[in-house]
Design a protein around this ligand. Structure first.
Ligand code: NDP
Length: 285
């Protein structure tokens, strides 16, 4: 048996097309969603992410502003910029690219972003809304995982899901979203005993660990859906996930590749969030 591939690139392209059409219709009504991306310093990976976000804005018809600030920017200056963007009517989403230089306190910066413009979904109020099931802007990568499941007919409802990883940006929020989608959820982490045994119970496995090829074939219940959030660079320069793809694909029912699985969904969900924030700001359904 060989798993069906969950093609994140294709699903992401479909969603982008939907967003593009919706933005075109909004622009007819004089509404143009706007995203501000703030980058402090010259981290090479962050520069690539920021470029990709600006490109997505351009492709989908959004207004965008990229603020590139020097690494020595003070926290006060960064907070002042966020304050300005909070008040700017043509900006519906604010994304501060993480990580920030060490002298800036990440929490202070995230807390300063207006909840209505928190398209990363990291503000404590957004996290609280996610927890209590209220409508909010959802963190992008976890929301992308749920879209991949739903759009391949793998509804989490009634399924047993095991999430490996409990970070605030992936593991915890993806677990809450699976719960919201009526899965029975187990959150595993580095202190979980008998991890293979725990994972073998799962109909849906989400790996968000950061350890290359940790999840092996004999951890997987035959036919299970395996979603690999991990992005790890091997010594060879190649990217690989947290799942040993070649062998796990022999037993899983569905599997995401790396790259081309969860990865492409993150920016797409950021765009979806910005569109949603723009509609809310203009009182449109
Ligand atoms: P973190 O390092 O913040 O969290 C990793 C989690 O995995 C922790 O909860 C840790 O447990 C757990 N863990 C570590 N080792 C093991 C182990 N051997 N067995 C079981 N659990 C373990 O990582 P992130 O959540 O930020 O990211 C996870 C992966 O996802 C990374 O590869 C990252 O690059 C990728 N990623 C991909 C994104 C995308 O767009 N596709 C976006 C964000 C991240 P404990 O809490 O006990 O330490």
């Amino acid at each position: 048996m060989s798993a069906q591939i969950i093609n994140g690139k294709q699903i992401s392209d479909t969603i982008r097309e939907e967003i593009k059409n919706e933005v075109a219709a909004l622009r007819e009504k004089g509404v143009r969603p706007g995203l501000a991306v703030v980058l402090v310093g010259e981290d090479p990976a962050s520069q690539v992410y920021v470029r990709n976000k600006a490109k997505a804005c351009e492709d989908l018809g959004f207004y965008s502003e990229v603020h590139r600030l020097p690494a020595e920017t003070s926290q006060a200056d960064l907070l002042a910029l966020i304050e300005r963007l909070n008040g700017q009517a043509d900006i519906n989403g604010i994304l501060v690219q993480l990580p920030l230089p060490k002298h800036i306190e990440e929490k202070a910066v995230i807390d300063a972003i207006s909840v209505a413009k928190d398209v990363d979904g990291f503000h404590p109020i957004s996290v609280g809304n996610l927890m209590i099931g209220d409508d909010s802007l959802l963190p992008c990568t976890p929301a992308g995982v749920i879209e991949l499941l739903k759009r391949t007919g793998n509804s989490p409802a009634g399924k047993k899901a095991v999430v490996i990883g409990r970070s605030n940006i992936v593991g915890k929020p993806v677990s809450l979203l699976l719960l919201r989608e009526n899965a029975t959820v187990t959150i595993a982490h580095s202190r979980t005993p008998n991890l293979p045994e725990v994972v073998r119970e799962a109909d849906i496995v989400v790996a968000a660990v950061g350890v290359p090829k940790l999840v092996k074939k004999d951890w997987i219940k035959p036919g299970a859906v395996v979603v690999d959030v991990g992005i790890n660079r091997l010594d060879t320069g190649k990217l690989c996930g947290d799942v040993d793809y070649d062998e796990v694909a022999e037993v899983a029912g569905w599997i995401t590749p790396v790259p081309g699985g969860v990865g492409p969904m993150t920016i797409t969900m950021l765009m979806a969030n910005t569109l949603k924030a723009a509609k809310t700001a203009h009182g449109i359904g």
